[in-house]
Design a protein around this ligand. Structure first.
Ligand code: ADP
Ligand code: MG
Length: 249
């Protein structure tokens, strides 16, 4: 089943800049998709249409058959989005309260809110510091807190926009590990990055965006050798001639 259907999607900003142009694609439930492209190619603009943070000039995004523009609250619940700047997403006085904010706004009862917060904090391994003040967390912990906040909304689709930028190596490993568990649990995963090295071995599909258009869309091993033409660094292991699957650890 296609959980995401994008047809002829274009967005022009008010100053006339074209963000994305004529994007058409479908994503199946449970896919793990990596979106790459040089800075300014349109990755963030594209992702922001998936939950109605931006609305199309032309075209449409449908989630499970329903247009995002027609029902934005539904889209926000279906698509959980973790942004690059984890700090700006912090809203609570404690780690627990921060994660509770989303489900509380869904008007769920207290018991259900608590259940979801505990479950989400367990997934990202922050349950032991549920009482801490979020601003005291490390960069990696803040990113995982942001992930817990979206998990508590129980979205079927998880979108990560440059999730690894400014994380140290343990932070990257932990976030990647948790993302893979979420994929195994059935979530559809989209990750935008200009750094393929960290994730590509796990992806089912690689989309390359350039100048607002999808210029390649295929299994990673089919196109990994051709990405440099679009400002994306080919991973070292690929350059050395290693099969993508063999980098999995
Ligand atoms: N709010 C905005 N106003 C005007 N132009 C924008 C805005 N946001 C992004 N852009 C432009 O849209 C294009 C795509 O940007 P973006 O989607 O952020 O790319 P990426 O995430 O791939 O780096 C770029 O040319 C960028 O400068
Ligand atoms: Mg971006």
């Amino acid at each position: 089943m296609n959980i995401i259907e994008v047809t002829n999607l274009s967005h022009r900003f008010s100053d006339g800049t074209i963000g994305i142009e004529g994007i058409t694609l479908s994503i199946q439930e449970g896919e793990f998709v990596v979106i790459a492209g040089r800075n300014g190619s349109g990755k963030t603009t594209f992702l922001r249409h998936l939950n109605g943070l931006l609305l199309p000039d032309t075209g449409a995004v449908r989630l499970g058959g329903v247009s995002v523009s027609r029902d934005i609250p539904r889209a926000r619940q279906m698509v959980g989005m973790v942004f690059q700047d984890a700090d700006s997403q912090i809203v609570g006085e404690t780690v627990f309260d921060d994660v509770a904010f989303g489900p509380e706004n869904l008007c769920l009862n207290e018991c259900e809110v608590k259940r979801r917060v505990i479950k989400s904090l367990e997934v990202v391994d922050l349950i032991d510091i549920a009482d801490q003040r979020p601003h005291l967390l490390s960069g990696g912990e803040k990113r995982r807190l942001a992930v817990a906040g979206i998990l508590a909304m129980e979205p079927r689709i998880l979108v990560f926009d440059e999730p690894f930028s400014d994380l140290d190596y343990p932070g990257v490993r932990q976030l990647l590990h948790q993302t893979l568990l979420l994929h195994k649990a059935g979530h559809t995963i989209l990750i935008a990055t200009h750094d393929l090295e960290k994730v590509i071995a796990h992806a089912d599909r690689l989309l390359i965006i350039s100048d607002g258009k999808v210029v390649m869309d295929n299994a990673p091993e089919m196109i990994i050798k051709d990405v440099e033409a679009f400002g994306v660094r080919e991973p070292c292991a690929s350059r050395l001639g290693m099969e993508i699957e063999s980098w999995l650890n």
